[in-house]
Write a protein that binds this ligand. Structure first.
Ligand code: ATP
Ligand code: MG
Length: 360
């Protein structure tokens, strides 16, 4: 069986460092590993519209921002198919059929959707499209016969939902769809990077982000005002790592070589943590270190992005070509789905013969 990746992001804003550690960094490695037959990377504009129906311009503007972030991080259109969800009409049709295989109560139990409904104050009136987006996500994944979906932890319930739909579909209509596996970040801190405000998740919609394209000054300001241990008031006080956002970020970004360059008194992160917990290490020193680490990681991304920004028509060309390629792949799956579901009337001479026989 081919090894195929599908993953993507909603064009609701520029991408942030949560995306980077949760998914992007890994995608680029997988793309370059040569182990996958196909890598599909989707800009999920139709999904973004499920909770931004009244802001089409926002979604439209952010498509190119996300594409720039992708390519700045190293996603390469020669190796990966970068495409726009709404340009693949087969995805709507698949979603429509999958809706028959999922119950309302099952959707209501999805913990990510539950949390997102709360976050968006949708409790009183949830748009149907938003409520059913896990189904459309199943269409996205299965349309490309994806075997592997590299995502952050918040997406686990979606992949689980997809696997259930695949299982149900194959049981009812015969073996047709591929059951995907989720690929989570290895490092706990990267699963769900908290926002700079210490809130559970850095998210475009919460405005607690450090963006990949951020200028050095902004990065420094955001790091210096980051949430730490509220009880660590004086340098000599022992500090706690629990819920301490600077240390979570260091877990996600810092490597031993960063100590050699920026904080040679310590050999590794464990030593720094131990000192913090003992007392005698101030937040400012740790924040300055984190700032150095982030600056080093983000500088090449920002510079590549600035280069790419000089030729925006080329970015659209990449997305157009990718969308055409993606549509072909989705159309092949849809053909299989239609015939499995027995709605391929005109492509089935057997059916016509049978019916003719019946009425003879
Ligand atoms: P929105 O607020 O519009 O939902 P978002 O910031 O949650 O935006 P998505 O486009 O929904 O971003 O997520 C894209 C991918 O990035 C998913 O795989 C998701 O798991 C991952 N991701 C998003 N935020 C984080 C985070 N803070 N830490 C780790 N992974 C993340
Ligand atoms: Mg999200």
């Amino acid at each position: 069986m081919s090894k195929i990746i599908l993953t993507g992001d909603r064009p609701t804003g520029k991408l942030h460092v949560g995306h980077y550690v949760g998914s992007l960094r890994r995608r680029v490695e997988l793309q370059n590993s040569g182990e996958y037959d196909k890598v599909f990377i989707m800009i999920a504009d139709a999904q973004a519209l499920t909770d931004n129906a009244e802001h089409p311009e926002k979604v439209r503007q952010n498509v190119v921002e996300v594409a720039l972030d992708y390519m700045a991080c190293g996603l390469d259109p020669e190796k990966s198919t970068l495409f726009i969800q709404s340009q693949i009409p087969q995805l709507c049709e698949l979603s429509f059929y999958y809706m028959n295989l999922v119950t309302v109560s099952r959707l209501q139990r999805n913990p990510t959707v539950k949390a997102e409904i709360q976050m968006r104050n949708f409790e009183a009136s949830i748009p149907v499209g938003f409520f059913t987006y896990p189904i459309s996500q199943a269409a996205d994944i299965t349309a490309f016969q994806a075997t592997t979906v590299p995502v952050g932890e918040d997406q686990l319930p979606m992949i689980e939902q997809t696997r259930e739909i695949v299982h149900k579909f194959n049981t009812v209509y015969g073996e047709t769809l591929v059951e995907p596996k989720v690929l989570l970040p290895e490092n706990q801190a990267c699963m769900r990077l908290p926002g700079t405000d210490g809130k559970a998740k850095m998210s475009k919609s919460l405005g607690n982000c450090i963006y990949l394209s951020e200028e050095p000054d902004e990065i420094r300001k955001k790091v210096m005002s980051m949430f730490t241990d509220p009880n660590h008031l004086r340098v000599e006080d022992p500090g706690s790592l629990e819920g301490n956002t600077i240390f979570t970020y260091l877990d996600a970004f810092c490597q031993n070589e960063h100590f050699e360059r920026y904080l040679p008194d310590y050999g590794n992160l464990e030593e720094l943590k131990a000192h913090y917990q003992r007392g005698g290490l101030g937040d400012v020193k740790v924040k300055k270190f984190l700032n150095n680490v982030l600056q080093e990681v983000l500088e090449p991304v920002r510079n590549r992005r600035k280069e790419l920004q000089k030729d925006i028509p080329y970015i659209y060309e990449v997305l157009k070509k990718g969308s055409e390629e993606a549509e072909k792949a989705a159309a092949e799956t849809l053909d299989k789905v239609r015939s499995a579901m027995k709605i391929n009337y005109f492509a089935d001479p057997e059916l016509i013969r049978e019916q003719a026989e019946k009425f003879r």
